[in-house]
Every structure is written in structure tokens, then in C-alpha cells.
Write a protein that binds this ligand. Structure first.
Ligand code: NAD
Length: 495
């Protein structure tokens, strides 16, 4: 029986799992479907269209036709702006439904789906809508006899493939700049969390995005995803997901039409806390809050904590007192701060890493077990290992779960060396009162984002992306337009 207002709403929620192609909700051409199961309680939520090659052909064809007849690209930027702002307004009008779909689909607490995911996603669509009639092209400083224009044009048909950890927000990071710039888009959400992407397509159509401009194909990576990666009529592929799949995406671009391939991939971010940290309580709160937020399923989670040896006991003492606040609860309860793990595969992966930490000799100081088993859902206790060595798997590999690995250091240079000794380079942090040390360390850290004396700041105005095998793309900010536009030079003879 439902016991919270959100559970009551969930019991009556109607979910349409059909694909969205050329402005219409459609079954997969093969008729195939897959079950969408909630990690909250193991309940089947819906049957979802299992799209594959023929559906990809149809969606790419619709996107190409829309691009060629300029029903969207040909609109004045101020017109596209109006429609995208209306789209964002509709997301706010449907805030509760979007939040509920997100929570049921991938398990994050409803308080965050509603206040973080819907809020940031609608803000992203709105921001790019608002931006597009304010960006100017350039005139080159040539001689009098000629005029050279440097202009940006939409790249054409964009395919976006996204993961399941922030499904709506990752979709918005692609939809916002790609549509604002005038492209047509085919979005493939993760098979583990397709529901909000499909709802966004309904809302975009209602807002006035013309049919064919924005298509959503739920399905599996090896089927719909691969067909998009290899498609000869996709001009650009914007991928967010694991480094392993990112490498495949780049290869598929090379094997097919050399489509522009942008990758935003995994991370193993280092958080370095020096003994002269200006506020130890704030450092502990950020370290703990950031690793357990979203059940640890965040690409930029600070999963490696380097603490200077002289303050490690004090740090751990405070951390261990805070950890019980993150005990997993019912994601449909407004009080819950840590929810469910997305699916049994991820659950097994995370528990496997916990076992490897134990067998490699790290000290398990908190958590380490499955929780709320009686719910029928998938939950893991917030877990902390001390005494982690750089060689251990839990210090080297992306776990993507609520597991913090604590390492200690005596020389900052050595901590920085270890922080950089990873194939990843998404985010990093340093805590110190010494401004020179902060600047030197932030320069030395090989990561797309470096935080100094905080970890949580984020804003649509700044780029987000990685160095090294964390990928080559940047989402957010005006820089994201670089991915979805071609740069054209036009020479005009004047004299
Ligand atoms: P994943 O690579 O397994 O899947 C991501 C997407 O790719 C899904 O839609 C999947 O269906 C599709 N896919 C899988 N195999 C494919 C193939 N062969 N061809 C085409 N598409 C394929 O990743 P995931 O488990 O969904 O997501 C977790 C990963 O995403 C983590 O590594 C995380 O760090 C990363 N991530 C990165 C960012 C960022 O901005 N850098 C943001 C969020 C998540």
C-alpha cells in the first residue's frame, strides 16, 4: 500500500514507453519491447520500445528531412529562443511528473529529482534558448579589397547517446546547445533510464519544436546505439557514458563517415585535503556529501580522498559521525538523501569492488553491505575504506557507487603525482589556506575542473568535461556550441 504522497502518485502514473520519431509516438518497427524495472522496489514500470537499425534509419531520415527543409535551422534565433524557453516552462509545469519518472526509473531520491535534476535541466534548455540570439559571428581583419566572414552553422543531424545516472540532465546538456544552434537531434537514452527523455520529446513538441527536429529512440547500446554510431547520415555524435564505450564511439565514427565525435566519459577524481585546510568541517562535509550524492553514481564524484597524515584521524572521526545521515531510504520519501542503485548489474559491480577493497587489505570503516533488502529494491550502505593504497583496484578504477577510498600523504607533490596517475582527468580538488599552494596545485592537477576549498560549485555558465580518457567534449557554457556548429569562412571580393 502507498504510504507517502509520492508513492500514491506513482501508483497512478501513466507511462508511455514508445519511441518518438518525426513528432509521433511509435512502437519499434520490429515490435520488440523491453521491461523497464524500478530499482526502488523491483516493480515493472513499463514496456519500452526496443529500437534498432530500422528505427534509427527512420529517425535519422526524419531529422535529415527537417534539417534540409530548414523548418528549424531556418528560423531566426529569436524564434528558436521563444520555443526553447516555452519548452523549459513546460518542464517546470510538469516538474512533479518528470521528477517522479526519474526517481522511479533510476532510483535517486525524489527531493533531488525535483529540486536538482528538473531544475538544472530546464535551466539548461532555457539558458541555451536565451543565449542563441546573443551570439555574434566575426569579420576577419583583412585588407580593403575583400571581406572575410567567419560564421557558425549548425552541423546538421546530431546523435546524442547518454547514460543513466542523470538521465534528464545529460539529455538537456545535449538538447539545449544542439537545438539552439539549429541542428536536428536523435537522442538515445540509456536502456536503464529511458523515461524522462521520452517525456521531454512530448514537451518539446508541445512547445513548438517541429516534428522531425527532436527524436528519441530508447534501446540498447549494441543495437540502437551502434546503429547511430555507424550511421552514414549522422553528422555529429555527442556521447556521454563510460570510457570503454567512448572508445567504441570514436572507432565507429572512423569506420563510417568520420562524423564529429564528442565524448564525455568516466572519472576517478582526487580530492586533496592539506593540513592547513581553512575549514575542516566544510572539507569533511564536501568530501562525504559529494561521494554519496546520487548514490555515488556521479562521473565527477571525488572517489579518491587524499588526506594529509597529520589531520587524518580528525578528518575520519568527523566523517564517520556524518555517514549515518546518508543511510539509504525510500527514494519516494521527501526525507531520503540516498536512494537506490540503478540495476542489479551495477549493484553487483559495486559490491564486487567492496569485496576487492577488503581482500586487497584496505580497512572497511563504514558500510560495505546491501541495505533495505526487504523493499525489493537495490540499496548499498555508504561505504568508506581507510588505508587504501594507490595500487588497489578501489583506488584505480571507477566504482560508480557510494564507496570512498581514503589515502594519506605527507608530501603534497607526491599526492599530486598520485592524483594524476590515472587514465582519467575529469575533476579534482585541493583544500589549503595557502593561496600560492592552491594555485600551484590546481595548475598541476590534470583535470577539466579543479575545485579549491569546495567541491560542489556548479553552474551552466562553465564548461564541464575531461582531460585524458575522461573524454574530449565539453558540455555546458557557450563552449558547447563548438560541438554542434561548423565554422565557415566566406571570402567576398570587394574591390
Ligand atoms: P555506458 O557506456 O555503458 O552507456 C552509455 C550509453 O551508451 C547508453 O545509452 C548505452 O546504451 C550506450 N552504449 C553502450 N554500448 C554502446 C555501443 N557499443 N555503441 C553505442 N552506444 C552504446 O555508460 P553508463 O553505465 O550508462 O554510464 C556511466 C558512465 O557514464 C560512467 O563511466 C560515468 O562516469 C559516465 N558519465 C560521464 C559524464 C561526463 O560528463 N563526463 C556524465 C555522466 C556519466
Amino acid at each position: 500500500m502507498p504510504t507517502t504522497p509520492w508513492q500514491e502518485r506513482a501508483a497512478t502514473l501513466r507511462i508511455d514507453g514508445r519511441a518518438f520519431i518525426d513528432g509521433e509516438r511509435l512502437d519499434a518497427r520490429s515490435g520488440a519491447r523491453f521491461d523497464c524495472v524500478s530499482p526502488v522496489d523491483g516493480r515493472k514500470l513499463a514496456e519500452v520500445a526496443r529500437c534498432d537499425g530500422p528505427d534509427v534509419d527512420a529517425a535519422v531520415g526524419a531529422a535529415r528531412a527537417a534539417f534540409e527543409d530548414r523548418r528549424w535551422a531556418g528560423k531566426a534565433p529569436s524564434e528558436r529562443k521563444k520555443i526553447l524557453v516555452r519548452f523549459a516552462d513546460l518542464m517546470l509545469e510538469h516538474r512533479d511528473e518528470l521528477a517522479l519518472l526519474e526517481t522511479l526509473d533510476m532510483g535517486k531520491p525524489i527531493r533531488y529529482s525535483r529540486s536538482v535534476d528538473v531544475q538544472l535541466a530546464q535551466n539548461c534548455i532555457r539558458w541555451y534558448g536565451e543565449a542563441i540570439d546573443k551570439v555574434y559571428d566575426q569579420v576577419a581583419p583583412t585588407g580593403e579589397d575583400s571581406l572575410a566572414l567567419i560564421t557558425r552553422e549548425p552541423v546538421g543531424v546530431v546523435a546524442a547517446i547518454i547514460p543513466w545516472n542523470y538521465p534528464m540532465l545529460m539529455a538537456a546538456w545535449k538538447i539545449g546547445p544542439a537545438l539552439a544552434a539549429g541542428n536536428s537531434l536523435v537522442l538515445k537514452p540509456s536502456e536503464k533510464a529511458p523515461l524522462t527523455s521520452l517525456k521531454l520529446a512530448d514537451l518539446a513538441l508541445e512547445a513548438g519544436v517541429p516534428p522531425g527536429v527532436f527524436n528519441v529512440l530508447p534501446g540498447f547500446g549494441q543495437e540502437a546505439g551502434r546503429a547511430l554510431g555507424l550511421h552514414m547520415d549522422v553528422d555529429c555524435i555527442a556521447f556521454t557514458g563510460s570510457t570503454r564505450t567512448g572508445k567504441d564511439i570514436v572507432q565507429m565514427a572512423g569506420q563510417s563517415n568520420l562524423k564529429r565525435a564528442w565524448t564525455e566519459l568516466g572519472g576517478k577524481s582526487a580530492n586533496i585535503v592539506c593540513a592547513d585546510c581553512p575549514d575542516l568541517d566544510a572539507a569533511v562535509a564536501a568530501a562525504i556529501g559529494s561521494i554519496y550524492f546520487n548514490q555515488g553514481e556521479s562521473c565527477n564524484a571525488p572517489s579518491r580522498l587524499f588526506v594529509e597524515a597529520s589531520i587524518k584521524d580528525a578528518f575520519l572521526d568527523k566523517a564517520l559521525r556524518m555517514i549515518p545521515d546518508f543511510a539509504p531510504g525510500d527514494p519516494l520519501d521527501d526525507a531520503t538523501v540516498m536512494g537506490a542503485i540503478v540495476d542489479p548489474v551495477q549493484m553487483k559491480t559495486v559490491l564486487g569492488y567492496i569485496e576487492s577493497g577488503k581482500s586487497d587489505g584496505a580497512r572497511l570503516l563504514a558500510g560495505g553491505r546491501a541495505a533495505r533488502v526487504e523493499s525489493g529494491g537495490l540499496y548499498i550502505e555508504p561505504t568508506l575504506f581507510d588505508g587504501v593504497e594507490a595500487s588497489m583496484r578501489i583506488a584505480r578504477e571507477e566504482i560508480f557507487g557510494p564507496v570512498l577510498s581514503v589515502l594519506s600523504f605527507t608530501e603534497l607533490d607526491e599526492a599530486v603525482r598520485q592524483a594524476n596517475a590515472t587514465p582519467y582527468g575529469l575533476a579534482a580538488a585541493v583544500w589549503t589556506s595557502d593561496i600560492g599552494k592552491a594555485i600551484r596545485t590546481s595548475r598541476a592537477l590534470r583535470a577539466g575542473t579543479v575545485h579549491v576549498n569546495q567541491y560542489d560549485n556548479d553552474d551552466i555558465t562553465v564548461p564541464f568535461g575531461g582531460y585524458k580518457q575522461s573524454g574530449n567534449g565539453r558540455d555546458k557554457s557557450l563552449h558547447a556550441f563548438d560541438k554542434y556548429t561548423e565554422l565557415k569562412t566566406t571570402w567576398i571580393q570587394v574591390g
